[in-house]
Design a protein around this ligand. Structure first.
Ligand code: PLP
Length: 464
């Protein structure tokens, strides 16, 4: 039992279009690989043999237009020549070095990340991915404040290591429970399915902030180290916070000496039309966690960007955390190149503009033609269609955390997208839309019309 998640984007046997492959890649995979979030016996992955730009292809030569950016990480598309060249050049110079040395790639990556980060977030601690970034951000907040509790939201995902999964607010956490002591959950804003019975976004904002303030009061503000939240909730539904919410969280943190941690692992580096999603509301957190888009996932990398005040906690006293591969030169060289690509190709602005002029209008228009589309939300190159059986009752197209037969409507929709040549990102009762930021505009429009066509499959499950 688990929510159909971003990690389920790989095909199951029910979703496959063709006869199973008998290649050695597939044979060895079936015999020896355990994939993330999967049962080895039920998994039937596509064997990917190559990729370029917004497409990847399987061993039969079938091409897919990638509307998932894999796991929302390949922001500059597949096999970007400048990124490949940077990795090759770094490999020829210095593949690896212990994290206690300085080297040009790591130093430059840290400087560039600090340059694009908001506020006075000027120092970077590098990790291998997002979950480790979250683990270290929590540790930093605790060491900095001397407090223990961490407030996190329901409908959130922060990674699969022990601390990060315990901090997460979705069903992927359940099999790993009991979680960590000191994690307290609250409800964030989600106007379409309001926990506060709000009538509109403004009321949702006000009530969600009141609920958070009450939670802080009842948990004891002097025991709370951090509030950890996704600036725009990713895997749990592309939940864009109402204007004023993140500023309100900032003010609550300031009032009580609580560290504000913005998890930007999925939404950072242009995905939402700004360097960091939180920039869209001009709020500076104390810590930002990042991964994925920092180098488009060409080499694993993540990290924490910290404010001067938190960095100051570790000027004289050692930071009690580390990793063999912290600041790995190959990964950092890829980050340097990737940030250069974002800048030189204007991808951050492009993401914002395409969200406003192409993605948003086209997806909203689908609401007219398809009774299954209940809600449309997003910004930049990050959107979701929330699918329902009935717009009046808002009954979800598939139940919360559906799997197997209960998830059949979403599986059928994903299958139809693939049949039409698009690799989709189905999550729960939503179809997420997250193509590479540099996808050609005609490819973007082509993908949108495939979704429009595929949605007829979901419409069949609607009432009336
Ligand atoms: N935080 C958020 C918001 C994420 O979306 C994810 C992964 O999707 C993570 C953390 C974990 O990142 P990783 O899978 O690189 O450990």
């Amino acid at each position: 039992m688990r929510e159909a998640s971003v990690h389920d984007a790989g095909a199951t046997s029910a979703q496959r279009q063709e006869a199973p492959s008998s290649s050695s890649a597939m044979r060895d995979d079936r015999a020896h690989v355990l994939h993330s979030w999967s049962a080895a016996g039920a998994n039937d992955p596509v064997v990917v043999t190559g990729a370029s730009g917004a497409h990847f292809q399987d061993e039969s030569g079938r091409r897919y237009l990638d509307f998932s950016s894999q796991l929302v990480n390949v922001n500059v598309g597949h096999q970007h020549p400048r990124l490949i060249a940077a990795i090759q050049a770094q490999a020829a110079t210095l593949c690896t070095i212990a994290p206690y040395h300085a080297n040009a790639a790591t130093s430059e990556a840290a400087r560039l990340i600090a340059e694009v980060a908001p506020g006075d977030l000027n120092r970077v601690f590098f990790t291998n991915g997002g979950a480790e970034a979250v683990e270290n951000a929590i540790r930093m907040a605790r060491l900095h404040t001397g407090r223990h509790k961490v407030l996190t939201a329901y409908r959130s995902y922060h990674g699969a290591t022990s601390g990060a999964i315990a901090a997460s607010g979705d069903p992927r956490r359940w099999p790993s429970e009991p979680g960590a002591p000191g994690i307290v959950r609250f409800w964030g804003p989600y106007a379409y399915r309001s926990a506060f019975h709000s009538a509109d976004e403004a009321e949702e904002c006000e009530r969600a902030l009141k609920h958070l303030a009450d939670t802080i009061a009842l948990e004891g503000p002097r025991g709370i180290a951090a509030i950890l939240l996704e600036s725009v909730v990713g895997g749990n539904g592309v939940l864009v916070p109402p204007d004023g919410y993140l500023l309100g969280v900032r003010e609550l943190c300031d009032a009580h000496g609580i560290v504000m941690i913005a998890d930007e692992v999925m939404v950072g580096f242009g995905r939402c039309g700004a360097w960091f999603a939180i920039d869209r509301w001009n709020v500076a957190p104390d810590l930002i966690t990042f991964a994925k888009g920092v180098n488009s996932g060409y080499v694993p990398l993540g990290g924490v960007i910290m404010s001067e005040a938190i960095a100051g906690s570790f000027t004289q006293r050692p930071y009690a955390g580390g990793l063999t591969y912290s600041g790995h030169p190959l990964a950092c060289a890829a980050a340097v190149a990737c940030i250069g690509i974002y800048r030189d190709e204007g991808l951050i602005e492009r993401s914002r503009t395409l969200g406003e002029t192409v993605l948003g209008p086209a997806l909203r228009a689908m609401r007219q033609g398809h009774p299954c589309v209940g809600d449309v939300r997003g910004l930049g190159m990050f959107w979701a269609l929330e699918l329902v059986r009935d717009r009046g009752t808002r009954e979800p197209l598939v139940p919360f955390n559906a799997s197997g037969e209960a998830n059949a409507p979403m599986a059928a929709l994903a299958k139809e997208c693939k049949r039409l040549g698009l690799w989709p990102l189905p999550m729960g009762n939503r179809l997420h839309v997250a193509p590479p930021l540099n996808i050609a505009e005609d490819e973007l429009r082509e993908g949108l019309s495939i979704i429009d066509e595929a949605l007829h499959v979901a419409d069949r499950y609607c009432a009336g």
